[in-house]
Write a protein that binds this ligand. Structure first.
Ligand code: PLP
Length: 346
């Protein structure tokens, strides 16, 4: 039986040509600034994002943690959309590393400038914690890969600036946003002070994220990366995969989006709750209402048929498409999931 792994777009395996690019990369000690491949990747991503400078880091979580460290002080308040990665998936790191608290606003990962203004707590108040940062996730993972509407992004970041706050973009899946919207990475990144993108999601690299912003902020980011234990040496081996993926794997993300759509449309024909309007990229999230089986049962049944998906909550299932699954496999996975949710609860 073939195994179709839709647990995440992080499960991709580096292709042979990607491995060849890694093997052939010129390298040096990056902490002496001597790795030409890391420097090339940083310069290329800074240019793509329209930022002055960029820094290669081991993970998206570290990029987010560096972003929070740069843009806040302990005790500050950070406004985020609900279900944010920084709140749910980073092991409490923001509290441990930067000593910040979160105010969660909006729905489905999205919010508006009015939501930000309503949540804003001014600096210099004797009781309230100062809100110094707003963080947006685009596309939004737990929101089902939904694109954050760019007019809201622009309005939120303008409001933030007016209120004296900084803005951060968790763009772990910003390449997906670019392909889904037709907007350039630079347009998507322009409203923000600091932006991160992941190479290890849809782009199919084994390791790595890049954080970008103003030169001064990125100089401080070098120190934060070292403090967090993420400064590396001959990391050009890893950066080479990123350079290869930027050339090869961006435009093909449209296939992942089409494949997610195939699965979502099949599931919409069943009794699960799925909002097709939110299926805008490579993530399919659906709710399995009573009396259908719960998420753990659906995941187990699908696995018995060779399809791996994740239980995101007791009645919520997530499937993610990526470069190691094709349209036929996603069509098959849709059938397997439709069967798994249809059979009566055990
Ligand atoms: C995956 C992801 C990250 C980073 O994850 P790592 O596993 O640490 O690379 C950050 N933000 C979002 C929205 C993500 O989906």
């Amino acid at each position: 039986m073939q195994r179709i792994d839709l647990r995440s777009d992080t499960v991709t395996l580096p292709s042979y040509p990607m491995r060849a690019a890694m093997a052939n990369a010129p390298v040096g000690d990056d902490q002496y600034g001597e790795d030409p491949t890391v420097r090339a990747l940083q310069e290329k991503i800074a240019a793509l994002l329209g930022k002055e400078a960029a820094l290669f880091v081991p993970s998206g979580t570290m990029a987010n943690q560096i972003g929070l460290k740069l843009l806040t002080r302990p005790g500050d308040d950070v406004v985020v959309g609900d279900e944010a990665h920084v709140v749910w998936h980073e092991s409490g790191a923001a509290a441990a590393n930067s000593g910040v608290q979160f105010t969660v606003v909006g729905r489905g990962g999205l919010f508006t400038a009015a939501d930000l203004r309503a949540a804003f707590k001014p600096p210099g108040h004797i009781i309230l914690p100062p809100t110094t940062l707003v963080a947006i996730e685009n596309t939004h993972n737990r929101g089902g890969g939904v694109v954050f509407p760019q007019e809201d992004v622009v309005a939120i970041c303008a409001a933030a600036r007016e209120l004296g706050m900084a803005s951060y973009l968790d763009g772990a899946r910003l390449f997906n946003t670019a392909v889904a919207t037709g907007l350039s990475l630079a347009e998507l990144a322009a409203p923000f002070d600091v932006v991160s993108v992941a190479l290890s999601k849809g782009l199919g690299c084994p390791v790595g994220s890049v954080i970008a912003g103003r030169t001064g902020d990125m100089q401080r980011a070098v120190r934060a990366r070292r403090m967090f234990g993420g400064a590396m040496r001959q990391s050009g081996i890893l950066a080479a995969a990123g350079l290869y993926a930027l050339d090869t794997n961006i435009s093909r993300l449209a296939e992942d989006h089409a494949n997610a759509r195939i699965m979502a449309e099949r599931l919409a024909d069943t009794r699960v709750e799925i909002d097709l309007a939110t299926v805008q990229s490579n993530i399919v999230i659906f709710r399995v209402p009573e009396p259908l089986p719960d998420a753990a049962t659906v995941v187990r049944r699908a696995q018995e048929s060779g399809v791996l998906v994740s239980a995101f909550a007791t009645r919520t299932v997530r499937a993610v498409t990526h470069l190691n699954v094709d349209a036929a496999q996603c069509r098959h996975a849709g059938e397997v999931l439709a069967r798994a949710v249809a059979a009566p609860s055990p």
